[in-house]
Design a protein around this ligand. Structure first.
Ligand code: DGY
Length: 325
């Protein structure tokens, strides 16, 4: 067994802990609360790896205090919680967990789209409340999915998987991305690359699949919501700050757009108070990748990335390859 020590900052699936314990000394914070920044820095002393989660905010100031750490293995595909350039400057490798959550996340994004379009949470609450008295011609009437236009912002792995689901439901696919997808993918999905404005104006459903970057912060704000159809539905399973939450709450209240399905929020776990009382929004607690099998795979993938780096093997999901000589 290696003398190196790994800090796991928060509860993960047990096989990942066992895998690491069989190879290294492990300091496991197996709680739901995880560690405060100061606790994380303190507990990282003497550790060469940190297995982190998206609730660990590892900005440049924190990274500068991670003495001796060689790798941060994040249990998520998103890594906006980590200042990767700062890690690179300190010679710290950073890894994420891409691929394993693609289909699960797209399943959820499409589920949220359907639940929002067809008002399932409202129907569920209505039946439970005992208010249901009779069949009515317009009772909880929603929006059709088949034949509608799906606009996908960010045509990476998850965006493509979402578009594939839309195609399966007979939707027309538009997408907006800095890079076009390969021609065979466009053909398979019958997808058309359009400008941001065209996507917003033409789509019945707009689904966000971009990473959170300075360029995507508030990608959807008041002006963009104003461009959307009054019958349109916005789906966000990407990152909260991609949408200006206050502007969205206003747009939903004024019916500038018809509805939204949100899995992510600007200041999780806080949710804009207006969104909590509006009926035309379906809310979920950042669970798009949360199938048991996928969260197990994500835990294991992060553990394997950490183990690889500590044994001198280039980790499979290295985000800053320039540090690996
Ligand atoms: C991610 O992986 O970035 C998700 O937000 C959590 O699965």
């Amino acid at each position: 067994m290696s003398q190196q020590k790994i800090l796991i900052t928060k509860r993960v699936y047990p096989e990942a802990v066992e895998f690491l314990k069989a190879r290294f000394e492990v300091d496991y914070e197996g709680t739901n609360a995880g560690l405060t920044t100061d606790q994380l820095v303190e507990r990282s002393r003497g550790c060469t790896a940190v297995v982190s989660q998206l609730t660990d905010k590892l900005g440049a100031d924190v990274i500068a205090r991670l003495d001796g750490v060689k790798i941060i293995a994040n249990v998520a595909v998103g890594f906006d919680n980590i200042d990767v350039p700062a890690a690179t400057a300190h010679g710290i490798a950073v890894t994420n967990t891409p691929g394993v959550l693609t289909e699960t996340t797209a399943d959820f994004a499409f589920t949220l789209l359907m639940a929002t379009a067809r008002r399932i949470p409202e129907g569920h609450a209505f039946v439970h409340s005992g208010e249901w008295k009779t069949w009515l011609i317009d009772l909880l009437a929603g929006q059709d999915i088949h034949g509608a236009t799906l606009g996908v912002f960010g045509m990476g792995r998850i965006g493509v998987a979402m578009a594939r689901r839309g195609k399966g439901f007979g939707m027309r696919i538009l997408y907006c991305d800095a890079q076009p997808v390969p021609a065979e993918v466009e053909r398979e999905l019958n997808a058309t690359r359009v400008s941001k404005e065209e996507l917003l104006r033409e789509s019945d459903f707009v689904s966000l699949h971009v990473p959170l970057l300075p360029q995507t912060y508030h990608l959807i704000g008041a002006a963009e919501l104003q461009m959307m159809k009054p019958t349109a539905v916005l789906i966000n399973t990407a990152r909260g700050p991609v949408v200006d939450e206050a502007a969205l709450a206003d747009a939903l209240e004024k019916k500038t757009i018809w509805a939204a399905g949100l899995d992510v929020f600007e200041a999780e776990p806080k949710v804009h108070e207006k969104l909590l009382r509006l009926e035309n929004v379906v809310l979920a607690p950042h669970i798009a990748s949360a199938s048991v099998a996928t969260r197990r795979r994500m835990s294991m993938m992060a553990a394997e990335n950490a183990a690889a780096a500590l044994t001198g093997t280039r980790p499979a999901n290295l985000l800053n390859p320039e540090i690996w000589k």
